[in-house]
Design a protein around this ligand. Structure first.
Ligand SMILES: C[S@@+](CC[C@H](N)C(=O)[O-])C[C@H]1O[C@@H](n2cnc3c(N)ncnc32)[C@H](O)[C@@H]1O
Length: 269
């Protein structure tokens, strides 16, 4: 059972961050979904849909003859998502928990992005998501293999800050390396045809990759200090060092690796 709240909190700034994050990464997940064959007339479930950023694209992909359903545990995020699809008859947002209680079924594709890295019982949740699939349906999880994140030239405190976030996820039962565990979990849940597609992005200051990582660190740094995962003095040195690096047009930031892991329900039922 997952009684712990969403580690990053639900409030308007986080919802805006989720929306902008989707704009940066949507090309990767849409390509993965198309290669799984998601298209017109199909039924797709977005498990842990947040404010519905990806769900909006899923609704377009399946069209009015299909159905796009989101499940979200947070009541307010779910109602923000529900409001944006009020006019779309083929989109539904359900308040629900991926770890317990009923989930809808019979989907051609179930997708879950940046949710499993927060959850302690990954196998239990994948088992439940596999249960939402129609025979022959596909599960696509996009989540972290957190190595690879780096900034050049080096910024004071950067690696301590990254390690603090990894530890905060770990201590709340999550795992920023969850993607690499999934093929074994998929096999245990009856999913075959497993495929992995790694994605990463990089940019100079002001570009998408830099802005995404720097904004996440700035908006959530106080939380890892408050939880005791980062020394306040390190945080105080890090913020001006990051700002100074942003004045260098030749600096480069590489994102952590995000891996899409797909599998298909090979047995019937
Ligand atoms: C980082 S956000 C990602 C949102 C969305 N998948 C996206 O890519 O924009 C993680 C979301 O998962 C939701 N979540 C976390 N645990 C959940 C659970 N057990 N059941 C349903 N939703 C959950 C959180 O409330 C949050 O909205």
């Amino acid at each position: 059972m997952s009684t712990s709240p969403y580690l990053l909190g639900h409030h308007e700034a986080e919802w805006r961050r989720l929306e902008d994050q989707h704009a940066l990464w949507r090309d990767t997940i849409l390509a993965d979904l198309r290669s799984l064959g998601l298209g017109e007339g199909m039924r797709v479930l977005d498990a842990g849909c947040g404010v519905g950023s990806l769900l909006a694209d899923l609704a377009v992909l399946v069209g009015p003859t299909g159905e796009a359903v989101g499940v979200e545990r947070d009541v307010e995020a779910a109602s923000v998502a529900r409001a944006r699809f009020a006019e779309a008859g083929h989109v539904r947002v359900i308040g629900g928990d991926l770890t317990e209680g009923p989930l809808p079924g019979g989907f051609d594709v179930v997708v879950s992005r940046w949710v499993l890295s927060f959850l302690p019982d990954v196998e239990g949740v994948v088992h439940r998501l596999a249960g939402c699939l129609a025979p022959g349906g596909a599960l696509l999880v996009q989540d972290y293999d957190h190595d690879g994140v780096n900034v050049f030239p080096a910024v004071e405190g950067f690696s301590e800050v990254i390690e603090a976030f990894r530890a905060a996820y770990r201590d709340s039962g999550g795992d920023l390396y969850v993607a690499t565990r999934l093929p074994r979990v998929y096999a245990a849940c009856g999913l075959g045809d497993v495929a992995l597609q790694p994605h990463a992005k990089a940019s100079t200051p002001g570009g998408g990759a830099w802005t995404w990582v720097a904004r996440f660190l700035r908006e959530h740094l106080h939380e890892v200090v408050a939880s005791g995962h980062l020394d306040e003095a390190v945080a105080e040195r890090f913020l001006p060092a990051l700002a100074a690096a942003e004045a260098d047009p030749g600096a480069v930031l590489v994102t952590p690796m995000v891996v899409s892991v797909s599998g298909r329900l090979t047995r019937s039922g």
